[in-house]
Each structure stands twice: as C-alpha cells, then as structure tokens.
Ligand binder design. Structure first.
Ligand SMILES: Cc1cc2nc3c(=O)[nH]c(=O)nc-3n(C[C@H](O)[C@H](O)[C@H](O)COP(=O)(O)O)c2cc1C
Length: 249
C-alpha cells in the first residue's frame, strides 16, 4: 500500500469504542435500519441491513445508518414500542461484529417545520376534519410541531403548531428508552441528530425559529435545553454506551 494511505488504516476511539480504521459510512436519510416513511410502519429493514453488512465486510470501520425518527411517520408507533425490531437488530449486530466493524444508530427528535409535507398530505392537514380523520395513520400535527408556531418550510400557507412542553418531555424520554434498547441489542453507540440542517433540535437552538417564552426559548441555555436534556437522560439510561453527540456537521 502507498505509504500516504497507511494512516487511514489505523485505529481510533470515540469514547470507549475503538474503531479499526478511519473509514466511516456517514448517515444518509433513506438508509434507516428501522424503515422510515413506509406504510408498513417501523420494522427491521432487511434490505438496509444487507447494504450495511456488505459495507462492513468491505472494511468500513464505522457505519451510521440514516436518521431514525423516534416516532414512526405512519401509525404513530414509537420505536421503543417494537420489541421484535430490536430482537432482529440484535441478531444483525452479531453479524456486523464478526467483521470487526462498529455501528452507531442516529436518533432524531424529528423535523419540525422542515418536515417535507407532500402535496397529497397538505390538503388533508389544512382541513380540521380530514386532519382528525387521518391522525391515526399520519399525525401531521406531531410531525410538523415546531419550537414556535410558524410557516412550514415547504408549504408557507401551513402554520406548524408550537410543540407543548409535554411533547418535548415525551421525546426526551423516547430518546432514552430507544437508546437503551439499542444498547441491549449490541449497538456500539448512539448519535443524537442534534443541531443539523434545520431539523427540530436545530430549530430550537436558533432564535429566528424559536420564539418561546418558557424554559425552552429565549437565552442560549434555554434554546439548547431540549438537546441538553436529551443527552442527560440518555446518558442515565445507557450509562456505558458511547454517546456521539452531534452538535455540528
Ligand atoms: C442523501 C443524503 C442524506 C443525508 N442524511 C443525513 C442524515 O440522515 N443524518 C446526518 O447527520 N447527515 C446526513 N447527511 C449528511 C452526510 O452524513 C454527510 O455529512 C455529508 O454528506 C458530508 O459528507 P460527504 O462530503 O462525504 O458527502 C446526508 C447526506 C446526503 C447526501
């Protein structure tokens, strides 16, 4: 091997996790291991798993599948409510580890005003009655909930609702519960999809989008409180797992 590439094949560490080389497969939405935006609801995605196992066998040191929303877009199930999915994940992690690769799961609080509402769903959301009818299938008010009431990034005539404190707390708890299940399934680390590309936790951190007057808006500390509380509770829940806390991209 050319000497200039040798350092690519040296080990390094994130927290306590040693990664065998510098080759990282970055998260790309659409490659979630739990299915996402699929009518079938959250499930262990065997096709995505095949892709990642192939990459692991081809010497990728660290694999991070694309963002995994904590709550399923269709049918409103939280990831932690699907034990079968985590059992299948456990079997898959054994195969990943046979290759010497490590795998982190990137969990996301959601999209808020950046949730890509489609032309099909927008009219259903705008009408109070159809919004209520489709709620058990797709809860648009949950998906669009943002730090403050404001227009959707994709459809300016749709006003996203302000997230309640109860909703914030539910998401924080879901991070902790899901991370614990990932840990028990043998996952090597959890990445908090945090202050990234205008998604929900990012919106909370930016004054322009966050006009709240409670503990989750205003000062710097308040705007980062949601993300900080996620990390705090998550750490408590998983203790030893590596926390790859993404604050910048
Ligand atoms: C199609 C696509 C989807 C992406 N999805 C995610 C994602 O789910 N989470 C994330 O943190 N970054 C996401 N990114 C950003 C990538 O992980 C990566 O940081 C970015 O592409 C820069 O790396 P590159 O220069 O190797 O492309 C995505 C990028 C692309 C192109």
């Amino acid at each position: 091997m050319d000497k200039k590439y040798e350092s690519l094949f040296t080990p390094w560490k994130i927290g306590k996790v040693e990664i065998k080389n510098r080759i990282v497969m970055c998260p790309m939405g659409g490659t979630s291991l739990f299915g996402w935006f699929e009518l079938t609801g959250c499930h262990f995605d065997k096709e995505a798993a095949k892709l990642f196992l192939e990459r692991a066998k081809n010497n990728v040191g660290l694999i991070i599948p694309g963002i995994a929303p904590l709550k399923d877009t269709f049918w409103g199930k939280w990831l932690w409510q699907n034990p079968k999915m985590f059992e299948e994940l456990k079997e898959f992690m054994k195969e990943i580890h046979k290759t010497g690769a490590k795998l982190f799961i990137q969990l996301t609080a959601g999209m808020g005003r950046s949730w890509a509402i489609t032309e099909l769903v927008a009219p259903l959301h705008k009408n109070k009655i159809t919004r209520a009818i489709v709620k058990p299938i797709i809860d648009t008010s949950h998906e669009l909930a943002s730090p403050s009431a404001q227009p959707s990034r994709w459809a300016h005539d749709i006003i996203c609702p302000e997230m309640t404190v109860e909703q914030i707390h539910e998401i924080i708890k879901a991070f902790a519960k899901t991370a614990k299940l990932c840990k028990d399934a043998g996952v090597d680390g959890v990445e908090v999809h945090a202050v990234h590309e205008g998604y929900l936790l990012d919106q909370f951190s930016i004054e322009f989008f966050n006009k709240r007057t409670d503990n989750y808006g205003g000062s710097f500390e308040n705007r980062y409180r949601f993300a900080a509380e996620v990390v705090r509770l998550l750490r408590k829940a998983v203790a030893a797992i590596t926390l790859y806390h993404s604050v910048t991209q």
